[in-house]
Design a protein around this ligand. Structure first.
Ligand code: HH2
Length: 280
């Protein structure tokens, strides 16, 4: 990936951990904690030291009901962090944005990947920017927009519709010139999904296997965990996050996007050791 290679052992594949860095005042789990560029860059380096294989830096909350921010505002939050981080990045850096102009600015600074929660819903321009920079791209499924997505999520065929939406995005990305081996797919946990939809998607990640791309999932601290645990707040969703990540890896996830890197890394290592144990 754009000069950054992962140590990948095909015989004993291990899931990669993407650490979340939210440079926002209003993210659902950690809004306002990392708005100061030096604090955000420090947090990113701390996540890398905890064992993150890659980082995902975002400057626009996509929580349910979020109104979104302008490209200028997104760049004003993001670029000072990237300037500090990409001057000797501790690991590859993804940028969580759907705006081509924000992606262009971030990739020009040396970011390695773009994470688009709209699965190219804004058209192919974002993919063209990635292609021009030789960057990787994650496309994530969402039904509706952050403002409306949780009003009444409905699917006639959950797995088929999510897979088809991602397949369309993958085709668009490849047609725009993104390298086929630099595209990840994500079912979009919490993005236009009921609790039941989220659980089924996490259980049935095999439904995305025919796409032939690495599967990324982001269950970290999300509201479906709160709903299963008497509405515990995001700060108390660590155990639920660990369970979701372990089950996702068992179901075929290649990358998990999380806030709690050290804890998730430990949980996944143990789960993978059991999965790979010698037969009796
Ligand atoms: N979830 C969030 C944001 N970006 N990207 C991918 N690929 N997959 C996800 O599941 C995903 C994502 C939402 O989580 P967070 O960034 O913690 O919150 P907020 O959007 O409020 O900043």
């Amino acid at each position: 990936m754009r000069g950054a290679e992962f140590a990948w052992d095909a015989a004993r594949p291990r899931a990669l951990i993407m650490g979340i860095v939210n440079v926002t005042p209003d993210s659902f789990a950690d809004g306002g904690r990392y708005l100061e560029p030096a604090v955000a860059a420090g947090h990113a380096r701390a996540l890398a030291a905890e064992g993150a294989d890659l980082l995902d830096v975002g400057a626009e909350s996509t929580r349910p009901g979020s109104p979104g921010v302008s490209a200028d505002e997104e760049c004003a939050r993001l670029l000072p962090v990237l300037e500090r981080l990409l001057d000797g990045p501790p690991c590859p850096v993804s940028v969580d944005t759907s705006k081509p102009e924000v992606a262009e600015a971030a990739l020009s600074l040396g970011a390695h990947m773009v994470n688009d929660v709209t699965a190219l819903g804004g058209g192919p321009d974002l993919a063209r920017v990635c292609a021009a920079h030789g960057a990787a791209l994650t496309v994530m499924h969402m039904q509706g927009t952050p403002r409306t997505m949780q009003v009444a999520p409905h699917y006639d065929d959950l797995l088929g519709e999510v897979r088809a939406g991602l397949e369309t995005a993958v085709r668009t990305a490849e047609a725009a010139g993104v390298a086929p081996d630099s595209i990840c797919v994500d079912p979009g946990i919490g993005f236009g999904k009921t609790v039941g939809h989220n659980l089924t998607l996490l259980k049935r990640l095999d439904a995305l296997r025919p796409l032939g791309k690495p599967i990324l999932v982001g269950p970290s601290r999300k509201s479906f965990i709160g709903a299963l645990l008497d509405q515990v707040p995001p700060a108390e969703r660590l155990e639920g996050t660990l369970a979701a990540c372990v089950m996702a890896v068992a179901a075929g996830a290649h990358i998990v996007r999380v806030h709690d890197v050290a804890a998730v890394r430990r949980a996944i290592r143990v789960a993978e050791a059991i999965r790979d144990a010698a037969p009796a």
